[in-house]
Design a protein around this ligand. Structure first.
Ligand code: ADP
Ligand code: MG
Length: 348
């Protein structure tokens, strides 16, 4: 795991406090609301007149990541980003995180430091402060649990339940790339397991691999809403695939959904990769997971403001509850029912 030839330091050598000290010694704050951070019994956060938004996500080795092909720095980065994505999905801004780690003796101090490099890089980019955590041992795999804390003025909070009939359905970025990236990584893993001399063939796949291993959260979309004075009626982040998120949003809002297959944004690399694997690219967008894009609905009045916004696609509209959940298929114009398939191998 390390480029250097140095022997990895076992966790037992530094002890819990030595480890926490090594992992957190370089922390700098970006938020004036972070009053007390690592080193006391609890962190202290000073919020003025805003509401607080809190979310937690746990990443478990063997369930959410495979250390065979996951660079540790990316893993740290991703463990933060998936949480920030949930804060943005409330139309709030993340401010602080806490990080809890359970590691077995198989993991060295240097490996945990690499994870923390990724965590600190995400803190730097998204301007959030690491203010605490917990460190413990695990008998089997590695577990990373991150809690993110954010704020927003109460009137700007966007929940899943506000979508109204005729609202536009929009998504940020493109979908299915993280799933396509995972398929490539899994394919190369099985090739490698059969023949350890084979070099992985990942050429031309940078974009989809990065989408799987080092995703980003849609900070700029929330900033855009603020700048343009746009208040989405409902929003959710896409962690389990478009189908299941559409249904979550529609059920919470008690509405129906109609989207158009040819409007779903899919990157060309995702399309070619899925075709190489004899899989349908639309299915990667609908049922693949971990894109961390934002799915939102907005009243029709915002159509002119949103229609030429780079990085936002209008994919359909909200219908009456009794109309159900449908996608108009490309070419044939036939209506396909949207079913929640979710991303099964990533149980939440
Ligand atoms: P306590 O025994 O009171 O739970 P700990 O010894 O677990 O305290 O933690 C000491 C300090 O270090 C606390 O501020 C805690 O938030 C922080 N901390 C512990 N583990 C981590 C970690 N993995 N990452 C960041 N901060 C941590
Ligand atoms: Mg503790």
């Amino acid at each position: 795991m390390n480029e250097e030839q140095k022997e990895p330091t076992p966790l037992t050598e530094v002890g819990e406090f030595g480890l926490i000290e090594r992992l957190t010694k370089n922390i700098k704050f970006h938020q004036k609301s972070s009053l007390v951070g690592v080193g006391d019994d609890a962190a202290v956060i000073k919020n003025e007149d805003e509401v607080t938004v809190v979310t937690t996500d746990m990443l478990v080795e063997g369930v959410h990541f495979d250390l065979l092909y996951t660079p540790l720095k990316h893993l740290g980065y991703k463990s933060v980003v998936v949480n920030l994505s949930d804060i943005y999905a409330m139309n709030a801004k993340p401010k602080q995180i806490t990080v809890s780690i359970a590691a077995s003796n198989r993991i060295s101090v240097e490996a945990l430091e690499e994870i923390y490099e990724g965590i600190q890089l995400a803190c730097e980019i998204y301007k959030v402060d690491l203010v605490g955590g917990d460190t413990t041992s695990s008998l089997s795999g590695l577990i990373i649990s991150v809690t993110a804390i954010g704020t927003a003025s109460e009137s700007r909070i966007v929940k899943r339940n506000g979508a109204k009939e005729n609202d536009l359905i929009c998504v940020s970025g493109d979908l299915g790339a993280a799933y396509a990236g995972l398929q490539v990584l899994e394919r190369e893993k099985s090739v490698y397991q059969e023949n350890q001399n084979m070099q992985p063939d990942l050429s031309g796949k940078d974009y989809i691999l990065e989408r799987q291993l080092k995703p980003e959260a849609r900070m700029e979309l929330v900033q855009f809403f603020e700048k343009e004075g746009i208040q989405p009626s409902a929003m959710i982040d896409i962690s389990d695939g478009l189908s299941s998120e559409l249904i979550h949003l529609a059920k919470a809002s008690e509405v129906g959904i109609q989207i158009y297959e040819d409007k779903i944004p899919i990157d060309p690399t995702t399309v070619t990769t899925m075709e190489e694997l004899n899989l349908n690219p639309t299915l990667a967008a609908l049922n693949g997971g971990e894109d961390y894009e934002l799915l939102f609905t907005i009243p029709l009045d915002y159509h002119d403001k949103i229609k030429n916004t780079p990085g936002v696609s209008i994919i359909g509209h909200v219908t009456d509850k009794n109309a159900g959940y449908f996608m108009v298929a490309k070419g044939t114009e036939s209506m396909v029912e949207i079913k929640a398939q979710g991303w099964q191998s990533n149980m939440e």
